[in-house]
Write a protein that binds this ligand. Structure first.
Ligand SMILES: CC(C)(COP(=O)(O)OP(=O)(O)OC[C@H]1O[C@@H](n2cnc3c(N)ncnc32)[C@H](O)[C@@H]1OP(=O)(O)O)[C@@H](O)C(=O)NCCC(=O)NCCS
Length: 193
């Protein structure tokens, strides 16, 4: 399976020696991902997926082709050598000089290592703004997912008008400095070798 797309992305978030890092999703991750997507504790606010490892594997194969074209990035959140969750960057847009990406499929099953949710969010913004050339993120959160809406508001995300049962947000790079300051200790701890 090709590694071309992901190998073009260079960022410390992908450094496999770090305690927490991202690793591009590959077809062999199908079973792990399906276990998250079909867990009723985790999937209430996610789009449903076909309940078959083979279908998941085929979906990941089609994803790898999109990754090769630089259209989408789907990562495992790796923590202390094991798969601890997922996150996905998609819907890349370019309009009026703004390069914007959406992100989601953000899942970390319990028990969640301390700091991992915020550190993985920081790594999403680090990789997208410093290596992928984006200068905005746009994303939606189901209006019932109150905890995650609150989490994004704490990051400094700009809340836009709600639509179709979703809260809509922008996150701008200008918020990175204070985001980093707020999670400095967790970042140091999670980015160590
Ligand atoms: C999205 C997800 C990864 C977020 O993780 P989470 O642990 O539930 O997020 P929380 O907001 O509860 O906690 C994150 C951190 O903020 C802290 N926190 C919570 N409320 C806080 C507050 N009011 N002020 C400051 N910190 C707060 C928590 O203590 C935690 O810090 P820690 O890791 O150091 O303990 C997780 O909920 C998940 O996998 N959900 C299922 C899938 C989903 O809905 N994804 C989102 C849509 S894509």
């Amino acid at each position: 399976m090709s590694d071309k797309g992901s190998s073009l992305v260079e960022n410390s978030a992908l450094d496999q020696r770090r305690r927490t890092h991202f690793k591009p999703v590959r077809p062999d991750d199908a079973e792990f991902i399906l276990s998250l997507r079909t867990d009723p504790q985790l999937n209430s606010f996610l789009s449903p997926v076909d309940d078959s490892v083979e279908a998941q594997r085929r979906w990941i194969e089609s994803y790898v082709a999109r990754e090769d074209r630089g259209e989408e990035y789907y990562y495992l959140i790796m923590h202390e050598g094991r798969r601890a969750g997922t996150v996905r960057l998609y819907d890349f847009q370019f309009e009026n000089g703004i390069r914007s990406f959406s992100w989601g499929s953000w899942i970390i099953p319990a028990p969640r290592p301390k700091g991992l949710a915020n550190v993985s969010l920081c790594l999403v913004y680090k990789i997208s703004f410093s290596s992928l050339g984006f200068n905005r993120s746009h994303f939606k959160v189901d209006l019932r997912n109150l905890k995650v809406i609150e989490l994004h508001l704490r990051t400094g995300a700009e809340r836009l008008a709600d639509s179709d049962g979703d809260a809509n947000f922008y996150f701008w790079p200008k918020e990175m400095k204070s985001l980093w300051a707020r999670h400095k200790e967790a970042l140091v701890e999670h980015e160590q070798y």
